[in-house]
Design a protein. Structure first.
Ligand code: HXC
Length: 507
């Protein structure tokens, strides 16, 4: 028996790679595939499968550089005590390139994750399609894409880019729910050399598709970390807010924070003057359990803030306007987030302080009509509990599209200083009474009079409350306890979907 055991051990040691390989990877400022797996999973809980898979040897160059396991570690283990599947590409084996068997391993692990209802995490570090395996590797990518689509909305899928991710390889991450990148990673459809020859444009890898560019400019990356370690700890944190699959609830954590806690600081945090900015994240921190908030897309489209937190132990998704950036105008960033919350049974809490959509040609040319429609579609389609709190402004289209009663918002609240109207007072007076103001003996005084009349008549929460368009006007300090009580009653909400094959989501 000992001979057999020795042989198995030798094979596994070969698959694990050499110290030299690990040093080469460390020199690039990156961890090895095994070190990444060790950071992602609870200590000692990971179980590798397909360790002994090999590529076919009849490929071009006779499989030079190949190794047992074919350049990707796959398997399952525990993250915060729950089962998760993962694939980690090994950049020290043929550049982490993806051939037929490498792809088979990933697809097998993805299918298991789908069958057993577990999240799937892909740790990418690869030179893309393995050139020696030609069309076999392209076929492998296509099977991965298909598995991504099949799993979409059923199990959480997370892509972590820790090195290169180029060419069509970017589309598997693009199909997943969340993308993490490090400062030392990059994603692009075509590299700098192709850009130079086709577009005559000189650009570095970092400028073209570095982690920072995708976290700030394109919005492709939901999270940016300085290195592998920080990134993988963040992945663990995100998983702590997600259910294992769409038929289970996100993990409940018994709160230490008092559900009835008052938040008197909110009266100071939000200035009554509607033109004064503030950081809505301070409002979120004041309301949620222990002030803990995991922001998604922190560096991109900062006029809206989205992310996960807990209220009385239950996971909620927060969508908030950010008055500190572009006055908190609406952005479509929230659309994808709302759909994720809906797919994974996460109630949505909308905090409104919004003057409307951003006006102008760049917005119209950029398709604000299409994009705004997508946001409405996402809110309307969502069957999870939808709670809303108006902190200050709620004007025009902005009122309608963000979780309003018309879109079947469940329980909606406003602070007493809230302004719900078609538009702000000055704009409304200018449109309705332009001639009257012009011809008045003292136009300034008349305009001020009309503005104050408008404020009194329309620009407050009481008209909406009188029509039942909001459910109550509350004191800011009661925000946490009111939202928690509303969450408790709506957690048993039932779906009200009209049967159809599927809707046609706006472009
Ligand atoms: C086979 C590859 C490979 C690939 C790298 N290697 N990429 N082998 N297929 N795609 C091998 C190298 O030959 C080398 O082998 C080892 O991996 C390490 O590569 P280096 O170049 O020395 O490493 P580094 O300097 O760190 O550069 C990494 C890299 C570069 C930037 C990823 O290797 C690179 O540009 N590779 C090609 C990227 C690419 O164009 N891929 C195809 C994209 S198109 P030795 O034996 O010397 O150690 C695509 C289509 C997908 O993916 C379509 C899906 C629909």
């Amino acid at each position: 028996m000992q001979d057999y055991i020795d042989r198995l051990r030798a094979l596994k040691a070969e698959a694990a790679g050499s110290v030299k390989d690990a040093e080469a990877q460390h020199k690039r400022g990156r961890l090895t595939a095994q070190e990444r797996i060790d950071l992602l999973f609870d200590p000692g809980s990971f179980n590798e499968i397909d360790t002994l898979v090999m590529p076919r040897y009849d490929s071009y160059m006779g499989g030079k550089g190949s190794r047992l396991g074919d350049g990707v570690i796959t398997g399952f283990g525990l993250v915060h005590g729950r089962q998760v599947f993962a694939a980690a590409q090994d950049a020290t084996v043929m550049g982490g390139s993806l051939g037929e068997m490498h792809a088979n391993k990933i697809v097998k692990a993805m299918n298991m994750a789908l069958s057993y209802g577990c999240p799937f995490v892909a740790l990418n570090d690869s030179g893309g399609a393995r050139i020696q395996e030609g069309v076999d590797s392209l076929g492998g990518y296509a099977r991965i894409f298909d598995a991504n689509c099949e799993s979409s909305g059923v199990i959480p899928q997370i892509s972590v880019i820790l090195g290169p991710c180029a060419g069509g390889a970017v589309y598997s991450p693009g199909l997943t729910d969340f993308i993490f990148m490090t400062e030392n990673s990059y994603m692009f459809i075509t590299g700098p050399e192709v850009v130079k020859s086709v577009m005559q444009e000189n650009v570095s890898q970092e400028e073209l598709g570095g982690g920072r560019i995708h976290a700030t400019e394109s919005g492709v990356a939901h999270f940016l970390s300085s290195d592998d370690r920080e990134c993988l700890l963040k992945v663990r944190e995100l998983l702590s807010y997600l259910p294992s699959n769409n038929q289970s609830d996100p993990p409940y954590i018994a709160p230490r924070d008092d559900p009835e806690r008052r938040c008197p600081e909110l009266e100071q945090l939000v200035p009554v003057d509607p033109h004064k900015p503030y950081d809505v994240r301070t409002v979120i921190a004041s309301i949620v359990d222990d002030g803990r908030f995991l922001e998604i897309h922190e560096l991109w489209a900062q006029n809206m803030v989205v992310g996960f937190a807990r209220l009385d132990g239950f996971v909620v998704g927060l969508v908030a306007n950010q008055p500190m950036s572009l006055a908190g105008t609406i952005d479509i960033k929230a659309t994808h987030f709302i759909r994720i919350c809906d797919a994974y049974n996460i109630p949505i809490i909308t905090l409104q302080d919004v003057p409307g959509f951003l006006p102008g040609t760049s917005q119209e040319y950029g398709g604000i009509i299409r994009n705004g429609a997508r946001l409405i579609y996402a809110y309307s389609e969502a069957t999870v509990p939808k709670l809303m709190l108006i902190l200050r402004k709620s004007y025009g289209g902005a009122y309608c599209v963000m979780s309003s009663k018309g879109l079947r918002g469940d329980l909606l609240y406003a602070w007493p200083n809230a302004e719900l109207a078609v538009m702000g007072a000055a704009g409304a007076v200018n449109i309705l009474f332009r001639n009257e103001v012009k011809s008045a003996a003292d136009p300034k005084a008349r305009s001020a009079e009309l503005v104050s009349e408008y404020q009194e008549k329309f620009n407050n929460p009481y008209v909406a409350a009188a029509r039942g368009l909001i459910d109550d006007v509350i004191e800011p300090r009661d925000s946490r306890r009111v939202l928690i009580r509303a969450l408790h009653v709506t957690l048993t909400k039932r779906d009200r979907h009209v049967p159809k094959k599927h809707g046609i989501s706006p472009m």
